[in-house]
Design a protein around this ligand. Structure first.
Ligand code: UD1
Length: 357
């Protein structure tokens, strides 16, 4: 029995594949490399020294998905594949709705067809919009503020309807707070396309000299130092949360929603200080206008995940910053440089690229 991971080459997907393989799961991975690099597949194999089947597949391509279910004995699906840039989603809403929602519908239709009814879905704290209060619990009001966030919210509702129509489904919706950091090996991390939108990859690119200085978006928020506060969570902790969710869905049915966060908030200035301490690098910054759509404070109440899944974040802010910096300093150009890296146990990707390559 195998776990199908869609979007397994992405930032969170790839770290989850590593945890799954290390825990002894058999995995089958899909990706279409819209936001990720083929090199990641080899890196996962290199780190875990495990083999797995990989398919280059666009989830919107219904027919190729049949092949995956027919060729493998899939027990559950972890669905990461999606477009994820907030700003871009406002410029291309149709693309975002089509890509994220249609692909999930197709995936669920195929799951139903092949009687695979265990699903872990990647959602986001963005579904809370402007939170009424912090920490944010799962039953807080939902109101996404941009097309990306609305795709996540709509999919959550679709999954609720799916379970209501067929009580054999077992679905876990995970609402991520702000994932940062990288795999401890320094071989796997976040590699955004173009100039990063998110804070940590922006900071690491300033530290490596690719960007001149950080723009701090606003210092007039009602927080200790006036800058925005977020719940940063180590991507490996987040990955482990998926294993806990998987354990949960394989022995019960229903739809459950969990926050995956640490429950602690850090301001932008605190993040700069933590990163400088962890890396020994100075981060020049400038206070600029606040970013439209940003909220002042956002951090999780992670108690439900702790009680029901037995999961808590274990890695603190120093480790997050150290790991983010290790990844960036070893890979100044992300995965591009890694293509030249030689490894004695790297399996040529061609052997494992199946599907419409
Ligand atoms: C953003 C998205 C959110 C998405 C999440 C994924 C927006 C409005 N929200 O959340 O929907 O789920 O990423 O991780 O884009 N900051 C700076 N300078 C920068 C970048 C960020 O000061 O160059 C500040 C922001 O104002 C914020 C904090 O750093 O206070 C974190 O920002 P970011 O990493 O972009 O995450 P979110 O805004 O929380």
């Amino acid at each position: 029995m195998a776990i199908l991971v869609t979007g397994g080459a992405g930032y969170i997907g790839s770290h989850t594949c590593i945890e799954l393989l290390n825990a002894g799961y058999e995995i089958v991975v899909l990706d279409y490399f819209l936001n990720s690099k083929p090199e990641v597949i080899n890196t996962i194999k290199e780190i875990t020294q495990s083999a797995f089947k990989f398919y280059t597949i666009d989830l919107l391509d219904k027919n190729s998905l049949d092949k995956v279910f027919l060729e493998n004995d899939i027990e559950a699906v972890i669905h990461f594949a999606a477009l994820k840039a907030v700003g871009e989603s406002s410029y291309n809403p149709l693309e975002y709705y089509h890509n994220n929602i249609t692909s999930t519908l197709i995936l669920c239709e195929k799951m139903r067809k092949y009687n695979v009814k265990n699903l872990v879905f990647s959602s986001s704290a963005t579904v809370y919009g402007v939170p009424e209060r912090c920490p944010i619990s799962e039953d807080s009001p939902l109101k996404a503020k941009n097309p990306y966030g609305r795709t996540k919210l709509m999919i959550e509702e679709i999954l609720q309807d799916l379970y209501a129509s067929d009580k054999e489904w077992s679905i876990c919706i995970l609402r991520y707070f702000n994932p940062i950091g990288a795999h401890q090996s320094g071989l796997l991390g976040e590699d955004p396309n173009g100039i990063p939108n998110n804070l940590m990859p922006y900071i690491t690119q300033v530290a490596i000299g690719k960007l001149k200085k950080l723009n701090v978006f606003g210092n007039q928020y009602p927080t200790n130092d006036g800058t925005g506060v977020r719940d940063y969570i180590h991507v490996v902790d987040l990955a482990v949360g998926h294993l806990k969710a998987l354990e949960r869905i394989t022995f019960s049915t229903g739809v459950e929603v969990y926050n995956l966060g640490t429950g602690k908030g850090y301001s932008v200035l605190e993040m700069i200080t933590a990163f400088e301490k962890a890396s020994g690098k100075k981060i020049p910054y400038k206070i600029v206008e606040s970013r439209p759509g940003d909220v002042a404070v956002c951090y999780a109440d992670p108690e439900k995940a702790e009680k029901s899944l037995g999961w808590t974040a274990t890695k603190g802010i120093d480790e997050m910053c150290k790991d983010a910096w290790r990844w960036q300093s070893l890979n100044p150009n992300g995965y591009e440089k890694n293509q030249e890296r030689e490894s004695p146990y790297c399996i040529p990707s061609e052997d494992f690229l199946i599907g419409n390559k």
